[in-house]
Design a protein around this ligand. Structure first.
Ligand SMILES: C[S@@+](CC[C@H](N)C(=O)[O-])C[C@H]1O[C@@H](n2cnc3c(N)ncnc32)[C@H](O)[C@@H]1O
Length: 279
């Protein structure tokens, strides 16, 4: 990320969610605040360049990973007390949270989070008192200390949402965050997405992945962590996670957009896992 500036990829993801509301009529993921916050983004920095539009299937993948996360959250909403959105970007869950009593901790890089708070104000989106903003740089700050300072309770059942972030972190930072999620006394669940090494992709998908890699480098947000499903499963099992559901792009499209030809769709994998805690 460029020093002191908001994450450019967070802006792109927010615009994609807004476009999904109109282009696909929110067919996969309905976010009634997506257009308002994307409008505030455009008003602040100008509309997105049209010379690098996100392909339709990439936009759908972003919608699907949110749908997957919020469906998993909905299934346990009556049993959890806290949600932590790691690398929240311009995510709007906290301001449309339908679950009374659920505390929401938004964790993000300080520059992106401050910038987001200004855009929320521009858009007139009210921030409920259940939302806590927690500025954290995953590479240099301690997540546990920052969350504790914001009132986070490690003995309360918690759901972590970590979308579009892992690829931008170092492998050490990814492992440290997974370990933090695993070291609660109460049950925790996590949904995150990740991507595999380009060399492991089918040959026809490699040019697109290589192009994306170059775009991310130019944006100052290079891809630092790519994992195979076996590597991720190995880490999760060794930390005590279980009930792992790991969907590739084909599985996501079959679930959320059945009938779409999936041979050439782009996108990473989305995973849901649970940890029983250490009572
Ligand atoms: C592609 S955006 C995803 C945002 C959001 N989760 C979404 O799905 O729209 C990547 C997010 O990761 C955050 N991020 C990247 N590196 C980070 C770091 N070292 N510490 C904290 N946040 C980081 C960025 O600030 C940004 O919000």
């Amino acid at each position: 990320m460029r020093y002191g500036q908001p994450s450019r990829t967070a802006l792109g993801a927010a615009r994609a969610r807004a476009l999904h509301q109109t282009r696909e009529a929110a067919a996969v993921f309905a976010d009634p605040l997506a257009e308002a916050i994307a409008g505030a983004v455009d008003a602040a920095v100008g509309p997105a360049d049209d010379d690098r539009p996100l392909p339709d299937d990439a936009r759908l993948f972003l919608a699907m990973r949110h749908r997957f996360a919020e469906d998993a959250l909905a299934a346990v909403a009556d049993r959890i007390e806290q949600v932590v959105i790691l690398g929240a970007g311009l995510d709007t869950f906290g301001y449309r949270n339908p679950y009374p009593g659920l505390r929401v901790f938004e964790v993000d890089h300080p520059a992106t989070q401050q910038w987001k708070r200004e855009r929320l104000a521009d858009a007139g989106i009210a921030v409920p008192s259940a939302v806590r903003f927690v500025p954290v740089d995953f590479e240099t700050d301690t997540l546990a200390a920052s969350l504790a300072a914001a009132g986070f309770d490690r003995s309360a059942p918690t759901f972590f949402v970590w979308l579009g972030v892992i690829v931008y972190l170092t492998p050490e930072s990814v492992t440290a965050t997974l370990r933090f999620i695993a070291e609660h006394s109460a049950r925790t669940e996590v949904v995150f997405d990740y991507s595999g090494p380009i060399s492991a992709l089918p040959p026809q998908h490699r040019p697109m992945a290589e192009r994306l890699t170059r775009v991310m480098d130019e944006l100052g947000e290079p891809w630092l962590s790519l994992f195979t499903p076996e590597e991720i499963a190995g880490q999760l099992h060794s930390l005590g996670f279980s009930q792992i559901e790991d969907l590739d792009r084909r599985g996501l499209f079959e679930r959320y957009a059945p009938g779409t030809p999936t041979d050439d769709v782009v996108g990473g994998r989305v995973l849901h896992a649970a940890h029983p805690g250490h009572p």
